[in-house]
Design a protein around this ligand. Structure first.
Ligand SMILES: Cc1cc2nc3c(=O)[nH]c(=O)nc-3n(C[C@H](O)[C@H](O)[C@H](O)COP(=O)(O)O)c2cc1C
Ligand code: SF4
Length: 678
């Protein structure tokens, strides 16, 4: 038996967990009508199959109708959830993976215009900034009915065969009672800590009565709100001790911080560029002071840190949640001594932002995550070995090369630059985003292990490609910035890429005009501002940086606001003219005939890319499919078999930004779903 601390079993009450790695509760927003159906089940089963000891399923499964599913949560208040959860639990148990669930009433952390349009409730009238509902302050009958709702939901979880559940108490109703910042009730539910914990204790007693003494019940709670006037570490520890003393709780899942704004949430769930494992020692201190079984997750992305957490006695169970979204097979790879093969979580937090932006969690560089029913995490070998030529080493090109090589094909890659990475290399220019390069490095290592041949510094022409005698050609040449947005003066502006790459030095007074609404604009603005420039960011939309969601926007806002960058929304840059050694910007709006002028030293435009598609069009007449993609086959997982040109010697496809300006995930998804069927 291995002596790896991470692979040692852990006994929690009557349950033996086979190792120390778990996923903490995270709602990927996959439910259908509030139920964890086939997609949800397949998502967790994939991790179970690969050896994880426990899945804390759902995220904020809601116990009451007036806690509407603001991010498509599981509806634990419905009886019909039981058979769905039973199927999920059975699918994980089959692989020896324990299954629990997080139950909650979100209180004011939701909206009133979802679900049944009931007013949200809290221990205060104060609005929660992140969701913006103004809650009703609970009455006695609310407390009584919600307590019963918790107990009913607990009974359903037991009926579904789960191994236990945890109650959520950070930013949700239970700790809205605890925190002096969010409790404006009268006694007996406010005042002393005992009063503020009264509701939680009533809930714990009610659920315990319903599930009995042997069922596992835990608490995921903030033991330090780290906010002036809130629960501090001393009071948090006192809460922990009281929870333990109640005898009603079997484990702690420790949180430090609050989640009521996007910035505070990034401290609880740190994003890329932020410290790794910032609260690990704190969680260890709670464990030491209470002697309770302790779980914790907050950016423990790598096996070495996880191993340290257990071997140093800081945690009993380590949460590696986003790490498992990037690679569901972590435990299997540890057991096989293949830690180097683990696809790294780069902290991009596309996953979490997507639950609000796109209604489903997706990993920026694992397109199979959340698509387990259609997309493989393990690539099957092909029946017939083919020669594949890939042009371009951005994320799409490298994913095509990796998947092609895993299928056993002979893969050759051309790249005009001296290094791989394309736009990802550009993104990684900012020190805060440098982890992005692991998206490229991991694929390069996977390709190297499978003998993919690379030709760098090679501008592939039609003849280079044809000389390889390929069966399949994949054009992943990406795009180049398009700055042609003006009525006149296009020649006077520079692209956001030019600033990021360092090809153009920022001037003193800079306008960044952003009508793509994505990362390069803010990255260029950040570089210019930190270089000492006075910077204004302008966009024509009704909100700022519309393609960058909450968690990703936080670090930009921190750094831009620190430098007093001006943000102007709802204005469209119309034209630029030279005015001595300055540039005169003519500014309009989509909303009226308003026009004004303003003077800058430099104008930077972020307007996405135009495809680099010359090679594609040069090869198109020579291909058997004239470059055509059968969408139905592409979507439904069948091989491409369009053959419109009997003289064509190879199939031709293009992917990613070589088709149209999109993002990293889109390029990788294009590549995976095309090449897995070649
Ligand atoms: C998509 C997503 C949804 C999440 N939803 C919840 C939730 O509903 N309840 C909860 O307690 N934590 C939630 N979390 C937080 C995770 O449980 C975990 O604390 C966080 O991701 C930090 O751990 P990690 O760095 O290992 O990912 C969510 C995280 C993600 C990525
Ligand atoms: S999107 Fe980023 S943070 Fe989320 S799992 Fe993937 S790599 Fe990790």
């Amino acid at each position: 038996m291995s002596n790896d601390p991470l692979l040692q079993p852990y006994k929690l009450k009557n349950l033996t967990l086979k190792n120390r790695i778990m996923t903490t509760s995270h709602e990927p927003a996959y439910p259908e009508d509030g139920m964890p159906t086939a997609r949800y089940r397949a998502y967790h089963a994939e991790r179970a199959k690969a050896g994880i000891a426990m899945a804390m399923t759902a995220g904020s499964a809601v116990v009451s109708q007036d806690s509407p599913p603001s991010f498509n949560n599981i509806l634990a208040y419905k009886d019909e959830v039981v058979p769905w959860l039973k199927e999920l639990t059975d699918a994980c148990h089959e692989h020896g993976c324990a299954v629990m669930i997080q139950l909650t009433h979100m209180g004011r952390r939701t909206r009133w215009d979802y679900g049944d349009w009931l007013p949200s409730v809290s221990a205060t009238h104060l609005q929660e900034p992140a969701h913006r509902a103004f809650p009703k302050r609970v009455e006695d009958w609310d407390i009584a009915r919600i307590t019963q709702d918790y107990a009913d939901a607990a009974e359903r979880m037991k009926a579904a065969g789960l191994d236990g559940f945890e109650l959520q108490a950070y930013g949700h109703l239970l700790d809205q009672f605890w925190s002096p910042l969010t409790n404006t009730l009268d006694e007996p539910y406010n005042g002393s800590l005992k009063n503020r914990m009264r509701f939680s204790m009533e809930v714990l007693e009610a659920v315990r009565e319903r599930v009995g003494p042997d069922f596992i019940v835990g608490m995921r709670f903030t033991a330090d709100e780290a906010m002036a006037g809130g629960i501090d570490a001393a009071e948090g520890l006192e809460i922990a001790k009281r929870l333990k003393a109640s005898g009603l709780v079997d484990f702690f899942n420790v949180i430090r911080g609050t989640v009521h704004t996007d910035p505070s949430m990034t401290k609880v769930i740190p994003v890329q560029g932020m410290q790794s494992a910032p609260h690990l020692d704190f969680a260890g201190a709670v464990r030491e002071a209470t002697g309770m079984p302790t779980f914790h997750a907050a950016r423990i992305p790598d096996v070495a840190t996880a191993r340290h957490a257990v071997s140093a006695g800081l945690l009993d169970m380590v949460g590696m949640t986003r790490a498992h979204m990037a690679d569901p097979h972590i435990v299997r790879k540890i057991m096989a001594g293949r830690e180097d093969d683990i696809r790294p979580c780069v902290g991009a937090t596309y996953c979490l932002d997507r639950i609000y932006q796109g209604g489903e969690a997706l990993c920026v560089h694992n397109a199979a995550t959340g698509r387990e029913l259609e997309m493989p995490h393990d690539i099957a070998p092909a029946d017939v070995k083919k020669k594949i030529v890939v042009v371009g080493t951005g994320p799409g090109g490298l994913e095509a090369a990796r998947v092609g090589a895993e299928r056993g094909h002979d893969v050759v890659v051309f790249e005009a630059a001296s290094d791989p990475g394309g736009q990802v290399r550009l993104a990684a220019q900012s020190s805060r985003r440098k982890e992005m390069i692991s998206i490229i490095d991991w694929r390069m290592a996977q390709c190297a292990a499978r003998d993919v041949r690379f030709h760098f510094n090679t501008w592939a022409e039609r003849d280079n490609v044809v000389a390889e005698a390929p069966d399949v050609v994949i054009i992943a040449t990406g795009g180049l910035p398009d700055t042609e947005v003006l009525e006149n003066g296009n020649d006077l502006v520079v692209s956001s890429w030019a600033i990021i790459a360092g090809d153009v030095k920022p001037a003193n007074n800079v306008l960044v005009y952003d009508d793509a609404g994505d990362h390069p604009a803010l990255q260029a603005a950040e570089i210019a501002a930190h270089d000492g420039a006075r910077v204004e960011i302008m966009n024509p939309d009704r909100s700022f940086a519309p393609e960058i969601m909450g968690m990703n926007l936080v670090p930009y806002m921190r750094s831009l606001q620190d430098k007093d960058v001006t943000i102007t929304i709802g204005r469209r840059l119309m034209a630029v003219t030279r005015d001595g050694n300055k540039l005169a910007a003519s500014v309009g709006t989509d909303y009226s005939d308003y026009r004004s002028t303003a003077s800058y030293d430099q104008i930077v435009v972020n307007h996405g890319t135009l495809p680099l598609d010359e090679l594609y069009f040069a090869l198109k007449p020579l291909s058997s499919n004239h470059g055509a993609l059968d969408h139905d086959a592409f979507i439904n997982g069948r091989a491409q078999d369009i053959a419109t040109n009997p003289d064509g010697k190879f199939q031709l496809f293009r992917i990613g930004d070589a088709v149209s300006s999109r993002n990293i995930h889109a390029a990788i998804f294009d590549a995976l779903r095309l090449v897995k069927d070649i």
